[in-house]
Structure formats: structure tokens, C-alpha cells
Design a protein around this ligand. Structure first.
Ligand SMILES: *Cc1c(COP(=O)(O)O)cnc(C)c1O
Length: 404
């Protein structure tokens, strides 16, 4: 079998054809290889495969043709040398960090992280003798000051969850490299369509493929993108021996998701722009944070490192938790969920769900106020979504005024 591998294609073409392996049947659509193992022509062939002298598959914990297609397509789109798929986004983050770190090493990470990413850096790593320092990701001096002689990795997310703050990836990459450390970027909120961390100087990029890459709320998945050296030295053996592998069924779903990724993200971003503008004009809304708009606190960095904004909008409802709950409960089309990147628009109240684990002080330090809502914009008709939000906010606002 030969793979479609031209590296001169535009990412949109790679999303449709990249990495396709065709069996002797010549199928148009990618085949799903639901197999655990592989049979060998002879004992000699089995020996050669295990010595890596003969190409081919051995066991689906290490590799599988459907998973390979997904990895190759992701690498082509991202402009990475290689990719390795994992069962979830968190498996990708854990593998990207633990595969390269040992007891005695030190990690610096931005404080504003997806809850479970923060657990990996703040709680899990120290249990195994890997010290960590959390910094305000926007403060370049704080990154510099946190560096120690044993600092091996930097970790950040931009835009951040849920407040959509932006970290200057190129500047942080420079500080990491100066310190002899690698920069790992969780690029979920930007999506692979709007931000290319490897081009900005990151060494490793991770995704929860559960989000926009599937994009239709079906499968969990993750992926780590890096160079061949990182793969050979750290990642390959870690995945092979510890087993966070992606199922071929999920790899197939995600591959088909990639075919429409750029169309979906473009549409969701255009709608998010319109929603951000409509929310800004609504009297019940105190603050709107949208990375694509000129009033974003780091609009200059957004313009420098992102092609367009995001499919996510964060906004603060006046009147705190009660008003935020009334707004969420008043929505008919937008569903209440902690997930994101779906075709269905989803709203989250971070302070009582995804960020409940943090102390009140830690939440406020991150800007996660009781009135904050995070909206993941889906594929619905933009006017319907704006109508749904406006109606819900009108209800929240009148109830608030009545109570005052
Ligand atoms: C969802 C998410 C993860 C974790 O991904 P799972 O697939 O749920 O394990 C990590 N980082 C960010 C930014 C996410 O949004």
C-alpha cells in the first residue's frame, strides 16, 4: 500500500487526501482496520518485523493502518514531521509531558490551563519528582524568572480555557529555547486551522481530537505532533509500552471528521464573530472576550499569531451566578454541556463545572467570575443562535432588574 503524502499540498487538500492508504480493493473512502494483530508469512518475517528490519504492522497498541492514516493526515495539515494518536486529549498531554521528563526535572506552565492539564502539571508531575512552577502566561518576565537549571519543558494553552486569554507563543518559545527547554502547546482552542504553533517556535503540539477534529460529538481522541527526534527518543516507546493508543474505530471517525474540519471551523468562526458583536451590544452582558475582535486585551498578539479568532466566545452576564444560570437555563437551541468544538452550540458555566476544582481565589485570579459563561459555537444558522442568546439574556436581565 502506498500513502498519499505530498507535502506541497495546501492543508485543505491534505485534510481530504493526506495519508490515505488503499488496500488492494482500491476503496475510495478510508478503510477501517478493526484488528488487534497481524499475521506473518513466516517465522523469519515475524523475527524481521520485531527487529524493525522489515516494514509492517505488529500489534495495534503500537500502530494500525487506520490510525496511521489519521496520524499522517494530522502531520500534513499541521506541517509536523510526525504525529502519534492517543485515546484522548489528556492521554496526548500526559504522553507529551511524561515521555520526556524524569524525576529531578522541572516544568514551567501557564496557570490558565484546561482543568486536567493543570492536574498533570500541578499534582501528578510532583508526585514523581518532577517539580513544576505555574506562571501568569501573559507575563513574559514571569516565564523567565521561573526558569531553573533543571527546567526541561514549558507548557501552555492559547487561547486559554475558559477566558480566551492569549499567550505570546513565539516569545515564550524563545525563552524556553534559551533555557534549553522544549515548548509544548495545547492548541485546541485555536484549532489547527487558525494557529500553527510549530511555525511560531513550539516543539510539540497536542490536540484533544475530541473537540473540533471530530466536531460532531462522537469519539474521544488525541494527537501529539512533533519532530522525528522527539518521537524516536521519547514518544514512540512511551506510547508503545504504556498503551494510551487510539482505537481504529475512533481513528476512522476522526479521519472522516478531518475532511470537513476547515469548512466547519470557518463557519463556526464566522458565526462566533457575529455572536460576539451581538453580545457586546446587549445590556445584560458586562464583558465579551473574543480573540478575533479589536477590543481583546491582547489583540496585537492575536493578530501576530492567529489567522482568525476562534469558535469560542466567553462573556460575563451582569448579576453573577444567578443571572448566568438563568441565561443558560433560558437557552433553547444552545445546550448546556462542558464539551466544545461540536456541531451543536454548547454553553458552560466554568466556575461551577470545569473549574469547580479550583479554589475561589484561584478562579478569580484567572478571571473566572461567577457570571462568566463560555460558549462553543456550532453549525446552526447564525440568526437562530443570536435570537436564542438574546431571548435568554432578556429573561436574565429582567429577572435581575425585578430583584434589584
Ligand atoms: C478537552 C481538552 C483537553 C482534554 O481532552 P480529552 O479528549 O477530553 O481528554 C485538553 N486540553 C484542552 C484545551 C481541551 O479543551
Amino acid at each position: 500500500m502506498t500513502a498519499d503524502k505530498s507535502r506541497t499540498w495546501h492543508p485543505d487538500t491534505a485534510l481530504v487526501h493526506g495519508g490515505t492508504l488503499r488496500s488492494p480493493f482500491g476503496e475510495t473512502s478510508e478503510a477501517m482496520f478493526l484488528t488487534q494483530g497481524y499475521v506473518y508469512e513466516s517465522a523469519e518475517e515475524a523475527e524481521a518485523r520485531f527487529l524493525n528490519l522489515s516494514p509492517g504492522y505488529q500489534y495495534s497498541r503500537f500502530s494500525n493502518p487506520t490510525v496511521t492514516m489519521f496520524e499522517e493526515r494530522m502531520a500534513m495539515m499541521e506541517g509536523a514531521e510526525v504525529a502519534r494518536a492517543t485515546a484522548t486529549g489528556m492521554a496526548a498531554v500526559t504522553a507529551a509531558m511524561l515521555s520526556q521528563l524524569s524525576a529531578g526535572d522541572h516544568v514551567v506552565a501557564a496557570k490558565a490551563l484546561f482543568g486536567s492539564c493543570r492536574y498533570v502539571v500541578e499534582d501528578l508531575c510532583p508526585r514523581f519528582g518532577i517539580q513544576s512552577t505555574l506562571v501568569d502566561g501573559r507575563d513574559l518576565d514571569a516565564w523567565k524568572k521561573a526558569v531553573q537549571p533543571n527546567t526541561k519543558a514549558f507548557f501552555l494553552e492559547s487561547p486559554t480555557n475558559p477566558t480566551l486569554e492569549v499567550v505570546d507563543i513565539a516569545a515564550v518559545a524563545d525563552i524556553a529555547h534559551e533555557a534549553g527547554a522544549r515548548l509544548v502547546v495545547d492548541n485546541v482552542f485555536a484549532t489547527p486551522i487558525w494557529q500553527k504553533p510549530l511555525q511560531l517556535g513550539a516543539d510539540v503540539v497536542v490536540y484533544s481530537a475530541t473537540k473540533h477534529i471530530d466536531g460532531q460529538g462522537r469519539c474521544l481522541g488525541g494527537v501529539v505532533l512533533c519532530d522525528k527526534e522527539f518521537l524516536d527518543k521519547y514518544l514512540q516507546v512511551f506510547i508503545r509500552q504504556t498503551g494510551p493508543s487510539l482505537s481504529p474505530f475512533n481513528a476512522w471517525v476522526l479521519l472522516k471528521g478531518l475532511e470537513t474540519l476547515s469548512l466547519r471551523v470557518e463557519r463556526q468562526t464566522s458565526t462566533a464573530e457575529q455572536i460576539a458583536a451581538a453580545l457586546r451590544d446587549h445590556p445584560a452582558v458586562g464583558r465579551v472576550i473574543y480573540p478575533g475582535s479589536p477590543d481583546h486585551p491582547q489583540a496585537d498578539i492575536c493578530a501576530k499569531q492567529m489567522i482568525r479568532g476562534s469558535t469560542m466566545v466567553a462573556f460575563e452576564v451582569k448579576g453573577g451566578k444567578e443571572a448566568a444560570f438563568r441565561t443558560a437555563n433560558g437557552l433553547k437551541i444552545v445546550k448546556i454541556s462542558n464539551n466544545l468544538g461540536d456541531a451543536k452550540s454548547l454553553v458552560t458555566h466554568p466556575s461551577t463545572t470545569t473549574h469547580q476544582r479550583l479554589s475561589e481565589d484561584a478562579r478569580l485570579e484567572l478571571g473566572i467570575s461567577p457570571g462568566l459563561l463560555r460558549l462553543s459555537v456550532g453549525l446552526e444558522y447564525p440568526g437562530d443562535l443570536i435570537g436564542d442568546l438574546t431571548t435568554a439574556l432578556n429573561g436574565a436581565g429582567s429577572a435581575r432588574l425585578a430583584a434589584e
